[in-house]
Each structure stands twice: as structure tokens, then as C-alpha cells.
Write a protein of this length. Structure first.
Length: 213
């Protein structure tokens, strides 16, 4: 059964990588988080400034620590190495860094990146600002189409992230979206990157592991 499931994941990733490439994204697959981390590190020039979105995936594969150990200036808003500057300054710095690293809330098998944000700095940086953007996602974030992407975000990604961040929103308790009007609502900005933006180099790395939310 493991062989069958592994074959299914491989086929799903291959199809999605092909779709992303047809939409002008750079895209490749990795067998595991370690492989993805090592290949991404090779893509980042020494001395680059790196912005890191609030991604569980990036922390799971050890990418943030690896960047810091190599001496990169890393802008982030998470963990013990939080950049010591006012919050909005750090968010703005991510928009002008050399490389921006993030995950995606959902990626369609047709090659579209779908995301929802509460503030918008993450999705902004994915589209314009940093010259190089690298998106890392486990196979579990691949969905069939745009409708499935929105359903995944509202009923999987948002509730889990809300619970992780201890936000005062209904989905953190119920596990599903009720289209709330809470001040902590994270689903305020929705973006669909249907094709690589003309001035931004976006690489999508799909990992054959379940990663992030």
C-alpha cells in the first residue's frame, strides 16, 4: 500500500510541476524536506538579504536556521530570532529583500498559487518587490482547482494557523470557516497568481512529504 500511495504522490507532484512550468514558473520536485532545503540554499547567493513569511513548512525543513548559520540577514516575525525592529518595519523590509521565502496556502494541479492574508505583506512580496521568490509546499497543499483551493484555505489552513497563533476567531475552535467579522480575521486578502509575474522570478518547490498547514 505504501508503494501505491507513493506512486500517487509522485504522479500528483509531476502533474503539478508540469502545469506550473507551462505557466512560466520555475518549478521542481524534491523527495524530502532535506533535499528541498539543500537545493534552495544553493539558489541563494552569499550575502543575500532574505525575507521569510510566517510559514510552518519553512521551519519544518530547517531552512531558516540554515540561512542564519550561513550569515544571511533574515527578516522574520517568528521564533527566538525575531528581527529586533518595529513589526511593520520588518514586514516592509521583506518587500525589498533580495530573496523572499514562503509557502502557499494552496496550489492547484493546474498550476495556480492561491493565498489568503490578514495583513497582505506576504502576498505582496510574492508578487512584486523581491527579485527572487521561492515557494515551498508539501504535496498536501495540492488541490484540483480554484474552488478546492479556497475550501482548503478556509477549512484547513486558516483554522490550523488561527489555533497555532491563538487568534480569537471562531474557526480556531470549530475547525471550519464561518466567514466571521472578527478583528483577528486572517482571510482579508485573497490572491491568485495564475502565471509568473513578468518582473518577479518565482520558483515553486513541491516536496513529497506532508508539510505545513
Amino acid at each position: 500500500m505504501d508503494e501505491v500511495f507513493s506512486s500517487y504522490i509522485t504522479s500528483l507532484i509531476e502533474r503539478t510541476v508540469s502545469s506550473l512550468q507551462k505557466r512560466e514558473f520555475n518549478a521542481f520536485s524534491a523527495r524530502c524536506g532535506d533535499e528541498a532545503r539543500d537545493r534552495i540554499l544553493e539558489m541563494i547567493a552569499p550575502g543575500s538579504t532574505v525575507g521569510v513569511g510566517g510559514s510552518v513548512t519553512l521551519r519544518q525543513i530547517g531552512l531558516v536556521e540554515a540561512l542564519e548559520s550561513k550569515g544571511h540577514t533574515v527578516y522574520q516575525r517568528w521564533g527566538p530570532q525575531v528581527t529586533q525592529s518595529p513589526e511593520m518595519d520588518t514586514r516592509r523590509a521583506m518587500l525589498t529583500c533580495d530573496v523572499f521565502l514562503t509557502s502557499s496556502n494552496a496550489i492547484t494541479a493546474e498550476g495556480e498559487l492561491v493565498n489568503m492574508d490578514g495583513i497582505g505583506n506576504r502576498v505582496s512580496a510574492m508578487i512584486f518587490g523581491p527579485s527572487k521568490v521561492i515557494v515551498v509546499a508539501g504535496w498536501n497543499k495540492i488541490v484540483t482547482d480554484l474552488n478546492a483551493a479556497v475550501l482548503r484555505i478556509r477549512n484547513v489552513a486558516a483554522p490550523l494557523n488561527a489555533k497555532r497563533l491563538e487568534l480569537k476567531v471562531p474557526c480556531a475552535k470549530t475547525g471550519y470557516c464561518s466567514d466571521c467579522d472578527s478583528p483577528d480575521n486572517m482571510c482579508r486578502v485573497t490572491t491568485i497568481i495564475s502565471r509568473k509575474p513578468r518582473r518577479t522570478d518565482i520558483t515553486v518547490v513541491l516536496v513529497a512529504e506532508q508539510l505545513g498547514f
